[in-house]
Design a protein around this ligand. Structure first.
Ligand code: ADP
Ligand code: F6P
Length: 324
């Protein structure tokens, strides 16, 4: 028979993402609605090991849905990658009576959840990352806000780039994934979009493209470069030297991870938090929640971690066709 869950813990782990607060709020209130106790664990797995754990009531998450970041704070914790760290984490859960745990984070955080599940703590992962790089889901909490923040910043840079007839290289986040770059590149009408998944080092092609565009009458050139490729500043220097066109690099950085979440991030994160609580109440463990083809779904963590995700070929081809 499935284990009955009485107390649910919730933590955020890895890089923060706008919408994490909406997910926390949803876990807290969904669990309370089902008669469960809830505890918030501060600073991810580090806070679990340090026993930074406090009971949460519905009012503890009031006035948080519109806030960026995570009210539970987040951290990266090397110790939790070790067998001793994981054993101690499970012990702390038992000590506090936490029999179900919702972990909001990326692939790395799921591995921690997987380890705890093997030690008898029921765990559910929610995809919290701006990078969209989790294979089992078409949506991750924070991506929508991040691309809108980045898009607005790029539009502003485009204005000044156009006035000065410059070439601009704008580097966006995404770790090793190019989803933010692809979406922002298409949405801002970039002439070149450099994605780690597709990138072969052919800077001469970019230079030739800039020169050809000038000849065609295009007065400025926008390049969206993914963090996974990087080196935007040195790339700008080389492009300026080769083309004679003033070239500037802007690295958007952490502004992409902050700010008030979009409606989509608030809504989807709210659905995912509630879904996670339902899974725990049904006695499920070692699962991650996702959205696939518009449906809410869940997968075994082992299965989810083995999945691969790539840039959709159609979207890539469209991005190329539109940038002529
Ligand atoms: P993300 O969850 O965004 O992918 P990280 O990869 O930095 O971010 O992982 C966040 C945290 O999850 C790590 O600091 C660590 O505490 C935990 N974690 C990562 N990998 C493992 C692992 N293999 N086993 C157990 N815990 C892990
Ligand atoms: O995973 C989110 C993310 O912002 C990535 O896009 C980026 O590579 C990384 O986190 C930066 O992490 P840190 O906060 O450790 O600098």
């Amino acid at each position: 028979m499935a284990k009955e869950i009485k107390k649910i813990g919730v933590l955020t782990s890895g890089g923060d993402a706008p919408g994490m607060n909406a997910a926390i709020r949803s876990v807290v209130r969904s669990a309370i609605s089902k008669g469960k106790k809830v505890v918030g664990i501060q600073k991810g797995y580090q806070g679990l090991l340090n026993e930074e754990i406090a009971e949460m009531q519905a009012w503890n998450v009031s006035d948080t849905i519109q806030r960026g970041g995570t009210v539970l704070r987040t951290a990266r914790c090397e110790e939790f990658k070790t067998e001793e760290g994981q054993e101690r984490g499970a012990e702390v859960c038992r000590k506090y009576g936490i029999d179900g745990l919702v972990v909001i984070g990326g692939d790395g955080s799921y591995r921690g959840a997987q380890a705890l599940s093997k030690k008898g703590i029921n765990t559910i992962g929610l995809p919290g990352t701006i990078d969209l790089d989790i294979a089992c889901t078409d949506y991750t909490i924070g991506f929508d806000t991040a691309i809108n923040t980045a898009m607005q910043a790029i539009d502003k840079i485009r204005d000044t780039s156009s006035s000065h007839e410059r070439c601009s290289i704008i580097e966006v986040m995404g770790r090793n994934a190019g989803f933010i770059a692809l979406w922002c590149g298409v949405s801002t009408g970039a002439e070149d979009i450099l994605l780690p998944e597709k990138y072969e080092f052919k800077e001469q092609e970019i230079i030739d493209n800039i020169i050809a565009n000038r000849k065609k009458g295009k007065t400025f050139h926008l390049i969206i470069n993914a963090e996974g490729i990087g080196h935007s500043t040195s790339m700008a220097r080389r492009i300026e030297a080769a083309t004679g066109i003033e070239t500037r690099a802007t690295i958007l950085g952490y502004m992409q991870r902050g700010g008030s979440p979009t409606c989509k991030d608030r809504f989807y994160a709210s659905m995912m938090g509630a879904y996670a609580v339902e899974l725990l109440c049904a006695g499920k463990t070692n699962r991650v929640v996702g959205q696939k083809h518009g449906e809410w779904v869940d997968f075994d963590i082992d299965e989810a971690l083995a999945m691969q995700k790539d840039i959709p070929e159609f979207e890539y081809n469209v991005s190329k066709a539109l940038s002529i």
